[in-house]
Design a protein around this ligand. Sequence first.
Ligand code: ASP
Length: 330
Amino acid sequence: MKSMDRRRFITAATATAAASTLELENLAKAAQPEQGGTVVFLATWSFGRPAVDHAAQVFHSGGSLLDAVEKGINVPENDPKVESVGYGGLPNAEGEVELDAAIMDGTRHRVGAALNLHRIKNPISVARLVIEKTTHSTLAGEGAYRFAREMGFTPMNLLTAESRAKWLKWKNDPHHKTFWIDQQHHDTIGLVAADSNGHVVSGCSTSGLEWKLPGRVADSGLVGSGVYADDNAGAASATGNGDIMQNYCTSFYIVMLMSMGRSPQAACEECLQHMVRTDASTKTRAEAAVIAINPQGEIGAASMNSSFTLDYAVWRNGASSMHRAKVVYP
Ligand code: ASP
C-alpha cells in the first residue's frame, strides 16, 4: 500500500471505528432513553428527598426501576433520625419496633410485602425478595423474620437511645394516650417511579403509628392501600392514618381512576373526595395524603386537610426538589 493510500485507509478505518463506537453509544442510549432525564421519582416527606436522589443514582448506574425504588427507600430505613421508618422508627406500646413494607412492580403486576417484621431494618428489601425468591406475595411476623434471616439479613436492635427514651417518656406518663382511645404521631416513606418505557413501580415502608398495639399493621405494607402499580395506568402510594385509609384501598383507587383517564393529580384529589363522600367526618378527622405517577411521568399529590400537609420530593431531569401537596379541604 502506498503511503498516501495507507494514510487514507488508516483515516477511513479510524473514522469507521469512531463511527461504530458512536453507533454503539447511540444504540446504548436508545436502549436507555431514561438517561435523557425522563425517569421520574416521587416520594413523601422531606426524608423522601435523599431517597429519590439515591434512587436516581441507582437507576443511572444501571439498576432497574425496582432496584432504584427499593434502594431509595433503604435510605430513610437506615437513617436513625427518621422516626417513622426502619432503624430508629418509634416502637409499639410494648417498646418493640414493628415494620411494614411493600413494593409493587407494575410490569409483572407483582407485589411483595413484609408485615410486622421485627429486628430487621430494611423491610422493603425483604419485601423485594418475597417477589424474587418465592411465589408468595406477603410474609408476616415470625415467618417474615425467618425468611429474612434465611436471605442473609442480620438482626439488630432497632431502638436507638432517642427512640427508647421517647417510648419510656410516653409509657411513664400516667395520662398517656393509647390506641384504645386515640391516635398518635406517624409518617411513612412512599416512593413511586416511572421510567421512559412505560414502566412504573410503587414502594412504601413504615414503622407505623407510634405506640400502636402490638400486631397492628399499617396501610403502607398492604397491596392496594399503601402501594399499587400497573404499567397500564400508573402507580400510587399513601401516607397518613392507615387505620382510616386502609378502609378505602387508596392506592388501588387512584390507579383505577388513572386507568379511566384521570391525570395523577385529579386521581389523588378524587380519592380523598371519595373518602369524604363515604364518611363526611374524614374531611376534618383523616390525616391522609396520597401521591401518584402515570407511565408518562406526570405526577400528582394531595392531602385531605390543612392539619396534615404533605411535603413531597420529586427527582426529574437530573435534580430533586421539594413541593407542597394540594390540600383538598383547606
Ligand atoms: N400510614 C402509616 C400508618 O398508618 C403512617 C403514615 O404514613 O404516616 O402507620
